[in-house]
Write a protein that binds this ligand. Structure first.
Ligand code: CIR
Length: 260
């Protein structure tokens, strides 16, 4: 197993700060509880370490309530990292906070210049291509700029659609292995995974479509027993982490780390 789309040695995370209670959300289902979120975050970091990661743990950024969702600030590829331009205005400043950490890890770090926008949550990297979903946060101009950058590194980028009212493309899908995607039925129905093996999340468990494969381990949110069983029966090693508090501000397993 040496597939760079799920074989990693390092991850970057950022601890949530007190301001996380002001994190962006599509619907208000109550304020996240910081104490519980810190416990969950520690469990997530520990799961990454057990899966083989050296984890670079960054401190909270109180000025940026959503800064724990580091995935949205960059795309990490074997050849280099690309700094994103988040479509959410309140998140734009997170990128320059992440830049020094990536520059210390990579020889090559390129920044999107704009005027377009891309958030990392809209990007799914598979062994054969990089899929980017157009969304409320990611626009065509941003994706075209990103496509030109990754083309220089030999990557094909395919533009797809994030379903309406879904925050990010990866809110609804995840890479399970080199040819297998976990997806909600609503996203897979668009046909965007026609060339892949698709495993559907169980009905009513759409909120667990966002998970990560890190080396041999699938790290997924706790509380989705049917999908957990489907994945275990398909042969995956699954580790469940409580995500109740991040879920209140639309965050999931992939958002909480950059993996490379
Ligand atoms: C936001 O709306 O930007 C955050 N509250 C959640 C970001 C989740 N990130 C992700 O899916 N990659």
């Amino acid at each position: 197993m040496s597939d760079p789309s799920f074989t990693f040695t390092r991850a970057i995370t950022r601890r949530p700060g007190k301001s996380v209670v002001n994190g962006l959300r599509a619907a208000d289902t109550g304020s996240p509880d910081l104490a519980q979120m810190l416990l969950d975050h520690a469990a997530y970091v520990s799961a990454l370490k057990q899966a083989g990661a050296e984890v670079i743990e960054l401190p909270p950024l109180e000025a940026f309530p959503d800064a724990l969702f580091v995935e949205d600030t960059a795309l990490c590829l074997p050849q280099g990292a690309v700094l994103m331009r988040p479509g959410a205005a309140s998140r734009a400043g997170e990128v320059e906070q992440m830049a020094p950490t990536l520059r210390a890890q990579y020889d090559t770090v390129v920044a999107l210049q704009g005027p377009g926008h891309v958030e990392g949550g809209d990007i799914l990297t598979t062994p054969r291509e990089i899929l980017v979903g157009l969304s409320e946060r990611t626009d065509r101009a941003g994706v075209e700029e990103l496509a030109a950058i990754v083309a220089q590194w030999g990557h094909c980028l395919r533009i797809v659609e994030t379903p309406p009212s879904v925050l990010h493309f990866k809110t609804d899908c995840s890479l399970l292995d080199g040819e297998t995607i976990l997806s909600t039925e609503r996203l897979a129905a668009s046909g965007c995974f026609a060339d892949y093996r698709v495993i559907h999340v169980a009905k009513g468990e759409e909120a667990c479509a966002n998970l990560i494969r890190f080396n041999d381990v699938v790290i997924m949110p706790d509380g989705f027993p049917k999908t957990t069983q489907i994945l275990q029966e398909a042969g995956y090693t699954v580790r469940c982490i409580n995500n109740s508090e991040c879920a209140k501000i639309d965050g999931g397993m992939s958002c909480l780390s950059l993996r490379f």
